[in-house]
Structures are given as C-alpha cells and as structure tokens.
Design a protein around this ligand. Structure first.
Ligand SMILES: Nc1ncnc2c1ncn2[C@@H]1O[C@H](COP(=O)(O)OP(=O)(O)O)[C@@H](O)[C@H]1O
Ligand SMILES: [Mg+2]
Length: 296
C-alpha cells in the first residue's frame, strides 16, 4: 500500500484519493492520463487506437509501457508531449490539461536523428536554441559538455554523428533530450536497434542520468528485462485499441545492477509480464478475427 497523497502526513491509506482526506487526485502525479480514447482517420475509415488508457506517473517516477506492436504506444507519447489531443479523456501534466506542445518535455527515439552538418556538441545544444532560456552561451555549452561527459562522450564533442557508433549516437541523443532540463523525458524504444551488450551499457547510463537529472520518465519498450531494470512501474497495454490492462510495481529496493535479472523476484516479475503480453496478443487476435468476420 502506498502513501496517501493528501496533505495529512500521517495518512498512509491509498495512492490516489483517500476518502479520509479528500485530497485532489493529482497532487503528486506529474503525468495523469484518464480514460483516453482516440481513433485515427484513415482512408478506410476510423482506426480506433486507444480505448480506455489510464496511466499516472509520480514526480520523479519512471514508468515503462509495454504492449503489442501497433497497439498505440507511440500515440501515447504524442499525447503526453501535447503533439496531439485525444478524441476524449484527459492528459494532465501537474494537474494542468495538456492541449498544446510542451517545451518541458524531452524526447528520444529508436533512431537518434542527429544532424550530420552539426558536431555532436552542436546537436546536443539544439533544444537550447529553440526553448527559451536565460543561460548564457557559455553556460549552455558547459551544460552540454557535462552531460556528454556523464554518458562517456568526453572528447567526442567536435565529431560528426557519422564518426560515432550507434550506441554513442544514442547517448548523444539522450543528452540532447535532457539538455534543456525537461520535467518529463519520453523515450520511445531508444535502445531497440542496439546490440545486447551496448543496450546493457545504455541501461547503466540511464541509471546514472536518472541519479543526476531530476526528470520524470516514460519509457516505451519491447524488452521486458529493460522495463524492470529501469522503471519503478510497468504498464502493460492491451492489443489495439489499447486500454491499460495491467500495472506492475517494481519494488524500489530491487537492486539495479545486471545481477538483479537473475533473482527469483525478477524471474517472477518477468513471468507475470510475459503472461500479460500473451493475454494482450490473444485479445488482439480475437478482435482481428471478429472484425474480419464482420467485414465478410
Ligand atoms: N497519423 C496516423 N494516421 C493513421 N494511423 C496511424 C497514425 N499514427 C499511427 N497510426 C496507426 O495507429 C496504430 C498505433 O500506432 P502507434 O501508436 O505508432 O503504435 P505502437 O507505437 O504501439 O507500435 C498503428 O496501427 C498505426 O499504423
Ligand atoms: Mg511505436
């Protein structure tokens, strides 16, 4: 049982609205998604993608989202970043409805998309050229250089993206996503294209970044090990149209080194998540069968 979020310190009842305290539900939730539904317009008619999405991330929390391919995970990230508005339901950041793009959100994707005509340092500095800031040019560069050093890219500041390996480019992309100190960091399968060893290095780097930078994170991933290694909460989405099917809390005392993967607790968590993904995919297959039956 989590602490009640009300202003009454002694109350430790529930994680949302405690009836004794009657505090508003969103006091310590930085991100809240409530009953979000959305359909894309396509040439063959509306494509329902989200059908009852619920998700909340506490300030400083790190939530992983897993679910079948094409179920609506990237759509969820666009909603949180304010890049689109759902047909119904609400997305809140700090209790305020998200209706426009947010500069306080940083994003990194599977493809780092660094600009080849800029050096690595200039690529990392890009958000500071777009987002209003009071930092001097010198302070901006110091911040970018210190992030690059933190992820092990000291000495590569003046290289071009093509001179770096895939893992190094992804590290630079993480620095670019964080340089303007966003409140929320959204990672959409950022390590999906990397080999297993490079991916594990990046997981460790994420822990170091998380210890240094005070962001609240959403990580979209297909890798269940990655989800429990990095996140404190794993949300499983059903097949399309996606709803929140299952939420797993990863105990905060779980050790966050690679040996953690071999503990009985981790094996249990992974078995639970695998089972939930199986349920999600079976549900999706049933929906596909029903709709192909209906269209015959
Ligand atoms: N702008 C769009 N217009 C029409 N269909 C879209 C659009 N964006 C995504 N889709 C479709 O919506 C579904 C969910 O997409 P997405 O959120 O990218 O899924 P995921 O990230 O889980 O793989 C997919 O079937 C995709 O083809
Ligand atoms: Mg996606």
């Amino acid at each position: 049982m989590r602490d009640c979020i009300s202003l009454i310190p002694s109350c430790r009842k529930v994680d949302l609205l405690c009836p004794d305290c009657l505090a508003p539900a969103s006091v310590d939730k930085l991100i809240e998604i409530r009953d979000v539904r959305h359909a894309y317009s396509t040439a063959s008619g509306p494509l329902p993608v989200l059908a009852g999405l619920e998700l909340s991330v506490r300030e400083g929390g790190f939530t992983a989202v897993v679910g079948p391919s094409g179920c609506g995970k990237s759509t969820l990230t666009r909603l949180v970043a304010g890049l689109m508005i759902p047909d119904s339901g609400d997305v809140y950041l700090h209790g305020e409805r998200v209706t426009t793009p947010r500069a306080t959100v940083g994003m990194a994707f599977q493809n780092p998309v660094l600009l080849e005509w800029r050096t690595i340092l200039q690529n990392v500095l890009l958000p500071l050229e777009i987002v209003p800031t009071t930092l001097s040019q010198r302070a901006k560069e110091e911040r970018a250089r210190s992030l690059l050093a933190l992820v092990g890219l000291e000495g590569f500041e003046d290289k071009r993206p093509s001179e770096l390996s895939g893992g190094m480019r992804q590290r630079a992309s993480l620095c670019r996503a964080l340089v303007h100190q966003p409140e929320v960091l959204i990672l959409d399968e950022p390590f999906g294209a990397l080999d297993a060893f490079t991916r594990e290095d990046l997981w460790q780097i994420m822990h170091e970044l998380k210890a240094r930078e005070p962001f609240t994170g959403i990580l979209i991933t297909h890798d269940l090990r990655e989800s429990i290694f990095l996140a404190d909460q794993v949300v499983v989405l059903s097949g399309r149209p996606a709803r929140t099917q299952y939420v797993l809390d990863v105990p905060s005392e779980a050790p966050r080194d690679l040996d953690m993967m071999y503990t009985a607790e981790s094996a249990d968590m992974l078995a639970t998540l695998r089972d939930q993904i199986r349920i999600a995919r079976e549900g999706e297959a049933q929906v596909a069968q029903t709709s192909s039956g209906a269209s015959q």
